[in-house]
Design a protein around this ligand. Structure first.
Ligand SMILES: *Cc1c(COP(=O)(O)O)cnc(C)c1O
Length: 428
């Protein structure tokens, strides 16, 4: 689908007067519409909860918006749990889907009464020790079927190569042990393909998990209270890619539910999801300004953002669509590499990209950066992470995370003999 920025050049200029580029901008109206659509798509299932994957965009302001739709949070680390706590979530509104989990993380999750979704068979014993033998009433286990997971349009992923989850045998044994230890209600979870742009992924995964849950229930006589389809619903980063339709996805899951679970007497099972990318990617953009142009063997545009602000292109060669604000209708008759300032040649937001002629001072709107964008930030080359702003429904921009400062960057040296000189240098 054609990509249209959710702000104009004039709006960008106005916002940049208060908050200099680069910055992230999130579109509250778009976020709310999408949350409502997700809720509606699964409204046929009374227990449905979307647990927003906090790692995608760990910002409490955005998390708070999602609470208006009854959503909870999927956390995988101590600090993500802290964020869930900070927005007032606790108990069954927190899904703790971690892996290689430190003891202190499990302890905090247990203190918050989060649902523990164990990644590995050995974690059963690990958690039992940490919790002095007292398991919560509800426990979930993460499944990995191995092999490849293929959909009819050829899209596939490789669970057999992924570090997550447990084998079917381990899963069976795990539920059996937990039942013996007094656990009353169970969940099952799997994440088998990432960034899928097909309406088939969730329904196919649901079919597999529903059948498995039915089989486990028959064998072990345990009660499944939820089935967690996790994340993996993707977005169309490229204009020519197909676009997921959450209503079709929800209906596809419903069909599997009615075919498999309802006849088995499992019509009380709640459907949970842990979407991150689908919830926010399209509703966040990285706004950056062109500050240099360079003509050597190729044409380069240098911008004031770099890969520390958005790592996906450098890390995975990921495509992010770019609109030059104010030049939306101009011909894309120039071919550029759009680059940041890191001393790393993979610091390129676009390679050989056809764009309108870019002039210094132009604002570039880098699309679909609302998830796995700012959150993957780092500080290589001493570069600082930028601010996050929320474009509110009344058109105003609110700062929801300030930019990192030099003081933040050097804070881990503040107890050393160099601290004073670093402060002085910052004021030169
Ligand atoms: C990353 C992750 C998600 C979210 O994935 P998206 O692709 O952003 O939807 C959900 N659950 C778990 C356990 C994850 O690790």
């Amino acid at each position: 689908m054609k990509k249209t920025p959710f702000i104009t050049k004039q709006q960008a200029e106005e916002i940049a007067k208060t908050y200099p580029t680069p910055f992230y901008l999130y579109d509250e109206e778009g976020i709310r519409k999408n949350c409502a659509a997700v809720k509606e798509a699964f409204s046929w299932n009374p227990g449905f909860v979307e647990y927003f994957a906090v790692k995608a965009t760990p910002n409490p302001f955005l998390m708070d918006i999602m609470q208006d739709y009854g959503f909870g949070f999927d956390c995988s680390s101590y600090t993500e749990l802290m964020l869930a706590y900070a927005v007032g979530a606790e108990g069954s509104k927190i899904m703790f889907s971690s892996n290689d989990t430190p003891e202190e993380d499990f302890l905090l999750a247990a203190k918050l009464n989060a649902i523990l979704n164990l990644d590995d068979f050995t974690h059963i014993e690990f958690v039992e020790k940490i919790l002095d033998g007292k398991f919560p009433e509800t426990m979930s286990l993460r499944y990995n079927p191995g092999g490849v997971f293929q959909m009819s349009n050829g899209i596939m992923d490789n669970p057999g190569d992924s570090k997550y989850g447990m084998t079917k045998e381990q899963l069976m044994e795990g539920y059996k042990i937990l039942k013996e230890k007094g656990v009353k209600h169970f969940g099952i979870h799997a994440f088998l393909a990432s960034n899928t742009v097909t309406n088939e992924y969730y329904p196919q995964l649901a079919g597999d998990l529903f059948s498995l849950a039915r089989e486990i229930r028959e064998k072990l006589d345990i009660h499944f209270s939820f089935i967690n389809l996790s994340g993996g619903v993707g977005v169309d980063y490229r204009e020519e890619e197909p676009c997921n339709d959450i209503r079709t996805i929800g209906e596809g899951v419903r069909k599997q539910y009615e075919d498999i679970l309802v006849p088995a007497g499992m019509g009380d099972v709640a459907i949970y999801t842990e979407m991150g990318r689908f919830m926010l990617a399209p509703y966040g953009a990285l706004i950056t300004k062109a500050i240099h142009e360079k003509h050597i063997y190729k044409e380069y545009i240098g911008v004031d953002a770099c890969a520390v602000n958005l790592m996906r292109p450098a890390m995975y060669g990921a495509y992010h669509h770019i609109t030059v604000l104010g030049k939306e209708e101009e011909n894309r008759d120039h071919v550029y590499d759009v680059v940041g300032s890191l001393c790393e040649n993979n610091d390129k937001f676009a390679i050989d990209r056809a764009l309108p002629k870019i002039d210094k001072g132009d604002y570039l709107f880098i699309h679909d950066a609302g998830a796995h964008g700012h959150s993957m930030g780092y500080n290589y080359n001493g570069k600082l992470m930028c601010a996050e702003l929320l474009l509110k429904e009344d058109g105003s921009a609110e700062e929801i995370r300030r930019a990192q400062t030099k003081e933040d960057y050097f804070a881990t040296l503040d107890q050393t003999p160099y601290a004073k000189a670093l402060r002085e240098a910052g004021n030169l």
